[in-house]
Each structure stands twice: as C-alpha cells, then as structure tokens.
Design a protein around this ligand. Structure first.
Ligand SMILES: [Zn+2]
Length: 571
C-alpha cells in the first residue's frame, strides 16, 4: 500500500481531534493530556503532542500515532484503522486491487458477497420477512441490520460463491461451508441470518436462527472462529452502538439478537448483544489484542446488564459482572420481569423498556438482594453471600469502592461489615488472583515504572543546558512521594537506563510549559501507588498474622491510616 494514503490522512487529521473523538483531552501548555484509555487511572498521565502527531503515556508507556491509537482502541487490524481514518479524512484509499489483496481482504469480500446473497434470498421468501415482522422488527431495521435468509439446501451458498470465483477452501476458512468425504456443504441452511459486524461495520461472522421447529436442531448456530472472527473480541451491534455509548457514557448489554434489534428500534442505540460471541476479559489470540469487554470498557466504564430474567440469564449476568468488575467497570443490572426478555418487554410497550433501564441496581446489591429473596434459611443466605457476592466485591480494584459495597451488603443482609471484611480477606487468600492490580495495563510496554520515568525528568533537567526547572527541587518531591529508602532504590535502577529515560522525558515533556505542575501531578500519582503497595503488603501481613493466630489490631489501624491518606490524595 502506498504510504501516501497514510501521510495524507495524517496531514488532514490533527491527532488531538482524532483522539478527542474517543477520550476527553485537555489542553496543557502546547500539548494535550488525558486519562489513559489503555490503563486504569484516575489522573491524567497520557500526553498528546500535536507537533509530533504522537501520544505517550507516562503511566504505562504506550505510545504511537493516530493509526496505532485507533487500532488499539477499537481492537482492529491496521487496515480497519486505515478505513476508519480515511473515511474521517475524506481520503479515498488507493492501491486496493482485487488481484493483489491478501487473504484477509478476500475473506472480507466473501463475507460481503454472502451477506448480499442472504439478503437477496430474504426478498424471495416473504414467509421469513413475515417471521421478522411477527418478532416485532420493522422493514427499516431488517434492511439496516442487513438481515437475510439461508435457504434450505446443501449447496445454495457455495454454488453461488463458487460462481463468483471464490475457492472452496477459502469459503471453508470463512466458516461458511464445511467439508466431508463427499465434498463441501453449506454450514447455514434454512436459517434466518444475522450478520455480525466489526466496529467499522464490516461483516465478520453470522448467527443463524433455525426456521425448523423440532427439538433436534439447535436454535441458533454461529460462525466458528475464523481469521476475521474471534468470539471473545466481537460484540453484536458494536458498530452502531459505539458512538452512542461514548456520548451517553454507558453501554447496555443484552443477550439475544432480537433484544438488540428491538432496543435499537426503540431508540436505545447504546445497546450491544452478547449473542454469537463470548464475553471475555482475557486477551484473545492473534493480532486483535483486545477482548469485547475491554473494548467496551474503553468506550465507557459504565455497563448495564439487561439479560433475561430466568435462571440462565441471571447466571450469565453474574459471570459477565465478575469480568466487568475486574476490568474496573461500574456494573449495574436491570431487573426484568421474570420469564421475559428485553424483546418481549419492548414488543409490548417500548416505554416499559425505558422504565426497566431506569430501575437498575449495582451488581453487588442486585445479587445480595436476589439471594435474600430466593433463600429463606439464614445459614444458606450467608453461605450464598460468601460464595457469590464476596467474589464480586473482591474483583473491584479500588479499596475505597470495596469498603463502600461491603457497607451496602451489610445493610441488605444484616451481616456485620467486620465479619464480611474478614470473610473477604480469607476469600482473597484462597484466590490470590481474585483482583487485577488497579493500575495494571492490559498489554503494554512496562519497560519503566512511573518512578523511573519521573527520575528520567530529573536527569533530563540536570543535564539540560537550559533547565526549565530546578532538578534538585524535583528530586526532593520524589523523596517525599516514595519515602527516602525507596527513592534511593528507584533512583539506582533508573540510573542504569539513564539515556533511554532522558530520551523519553524529552519526547514527552520537551515542549511543555507547565512542566512543574505536570511533574507534581505525576508525583502525587506515584505516591498513591506507593500507598496502595503498602496496603497490599499490610493485607499480606494480616493474612499471615491471622493464620498464626496473632493480634492484628495494630495492622488494621495502619490499614485505616494508609487508606485515609490515600483517600485525601485521590480527592
Ligand atoms: Zn497508560
């Protein structure tokens, strides 16, 4: 691909404009800064330089340009990011000729051709359109979401696509046909078809609902994982929902295709569906590098589960809540009338759906209440709280928020917060990986710690011919943030890679007029991290002391004191 496309796009799109479509960026001297979307942080250490067209995070070390940003943020490959930015810049992409495209491009072409085929078939089968209407969909929704029909035959799609000169092995790779000894046959037969799109709107998979009414045929059939589709990174509806999720600052997640389609039809366009995909918080294979929930967490930290009110729905909500809380998301649950799914509710009256969305509960209290309502035996209740609610609390990265929710559980259940606290500690002891570290970045270069980076600024100023600020003053601040002993230690390790650190400091702050106040802010962040580390050490000590049956009141007092300082610092 000629680099001219990339250069043209960069010329037309200032980096701060592109990024501000995704995150809140604020002017800071001649640069911009923001809270880093790639790691969990409360204060801004993500710097954007319009001059260099690049960004750099002092918290986790991510850096790059508009292309790498869109790629990482939306979980796309380079071409996906290129497509988004070219559209934005109004630059027509050149250099895409069918004969020299790579395999992925061919697979995208196949999925597009298959989508058109299924759409055409739908127009030939009015009974399927009638079925969609009966489920509450309008013609506009059917058209906009490109719903279709896979006819009842073994080779209808494969014959059609082979006629378009797509090879059978490639169609198999796209997940559309399957191979037997006797040859290939269509995977989707006699099914209403729902294309699943990536965040740029390209079809990457299908979900098909059977039109057969027997018990032997699975109701829904989904594409297998392919080079275009990974269950754990795709989300149905994300292409239509992402802008609204950013604007409204929360995402609604529902279970089924019809739930999603009807929610969008009702104007609630910040809805996505888990159907055909698998909610996940661990990094998937391949070059995607981001899971569906991580992607959602970047668009907004607030998520609302609107799953079915039956047992399976509650269980799925619970699993999803555990994952989302672990990503530092604020998780709420909508209570649906039992036996109904969102599609049923919306079909009856769309205003009822809006009411359901208003009557939500934080996940922790939702499940605490659910347990109290569905169990009458007090011992059973406590057992269930320990088994189900404490793991949710344990997933919450912030110590202060954990406290807050333990208080709420105390109110709902009448169990004392101290007892809950000690149960929580023993739960964490048995599940040492219960919680991800608060500031742990997902998949980034952790070459330097924040402390080392700040020493980089000190070294840079020391060696600069025209220093912007007094380096010794900065060093004093680091001693306060880290404590004198740790400060010496961090300084020593930083000295080992002095040149690299100076280079990074200059790249990040070279043209920053507010260097000192930026430094202060980052130093406060560093101090907060140190305090959190101290808290971790203290809880390890408490665990050990408890095992040995020793008195922990001193340690608990220290926890309280440290938490107070941390709280003051964070506000
Ligand atoms: Zn970061």
């Amino acid at each position: 691909m000629p680099s001219t496309n990339v250069d043209q796009i960069k010329e037309r799109l200032p980096i701060q404009d592109v990024l501000s479509g995704y995150i809140k960026v604020e002017k800071s001297g001649i640069n911009y800064k923001a809270r880093c979307p790639f790691h969990n942080e409360k204060t801004a250490s993500f710097y954007v330089s319009p001059q260099r067209g690049s960004y750099y995070c002092f918290g986790c070390g991510v850096k790059g340009d508009i292309f790498s940003f869109v790629q990482a943020y939306e979980g796309l490959d380079f071409k996906g990011a290129l497509k988004i930015l070219a559209d934005k810049a109004g630059v027509p992409l050149t250099g895409f000729k069918p004969e020299n495209t790579d395999e992925k491009e061919k697979l995208f072409a196949i999925m597009e051709a298959a989508t058109k085929f299924y759409e055409d078939e739908l127009s030939k089968h009015p009974e399927i359109t009638k079925y969609f209407h009966e489920r509450g969909l309008t013609d506009e929704t059917i058209k906009s979401f490109r719903l279709g029909f896979a006819p009842d035959g073994w080779r209808t799609l494969s014959t059609f696509l082979s006629g378009k000169k797509f090879s059978e092995p490639l169609l198999e790779k796209a997940g559309l046909i399957k191979k037997t000894e006797k040859g290939y046959y269509d995977r989707f037969r006699n099914r209403a078809m729902f294309p699943i799109f990536d965040s740029t709107g390209r079809v990457i998979a299908f979900s098909g609902r059977t039109m057969v009414t027997d018990d032997a045929t699975p109701k829904y059939l989904n594409s297998p994982d392919t080079p275009l589709f990974d269950k754990s990174s795709a989300l149905y509806g994300i292409d239509r929902a992402k802008d609204a999720i950013r604007k409204r600052d929360y995402a609604i997640i529902v279970e089924g295709q019809f739930d999603l389609l009807l929610s969008h039809q009702a104007g609630v366009v910040n809805t996505v569906a888990a159907s055909g995909t698998a909610l996940s918080d661990s990094v998937p294979s391949g070059d995607r590098g981001v899971t569906n929930l991580q992607m959602l967490a970047r668009f907004s930290k607030n998520i609302l589960f609107g799953f079915d009110g039956d047992k399976a729905g509650i269980n799925a909500t619970y699993r999803g809540s555990l994952l989302a809380l672990g990503l530092g998301m604020d998780v709420k649950v909508a209570k649906l009338p039992s036996g109904k799914d969102p599609a049923d509710v919306i079909k009856e009256n769309k205003d009822d759906w809006l009411k359901v969305l208003k009557g939500t509960e934080p996940a922790v209290s939702f499940f605490a209440k659910h347990i109290m309502e569905t169990n009458t035996d007090p011992r059973e209740r406590i057992k269930m709280i320990q088994k189900l609610v404490l793991p949710l609390v344990a997933k919450i990265p912030s110590a202060i928020t954990r406290e807050h929710f333990l208080g709420i559980v105390e109110k709902i259940t009448g169990t004392s917060a101290t007892a809950l606290q000690s149960d929580l500690i023993s739960f964490e002891k048995e599940n040492s990986t219960a919680r991800v570290a608060e500031e742990k970045p997902e998949k980034v270069d952790r070459k330097f710690s924040l402390g080392e980076r700040l020493y980089g600024i000190v070294f840079w100023q020391q060696e600069s011919e025209k220093p912007l600020i007094d380096a010794s003053k900065l060093e004093e601040k680091l001693k306060i943030a880290l404590g004198p002993d740790r400060a010496l230690l961090v300084r020593d390790t930083a000295l080992e890679r002095k040149d690299e650190l100076i280079f990074e400091a200059e790249a990040g702050f070279g043209a920053d007029k507010n260097l000192e106040s930026e430094f202060d802010l980052l130093a406060r962040q560093l101090q907060a991290r140190e305090l959190k580390r101290t808290l971790d050490e203290l809880s390890a000590k408490i665990r050990q002391a408890e095992q040995e049956g020793a008195d922990v009141s001193d340690l608990l007092a220290q926890v309280k004191e440290t938490t107070t300082i941390l709280h003051t610092l964070e506000n």
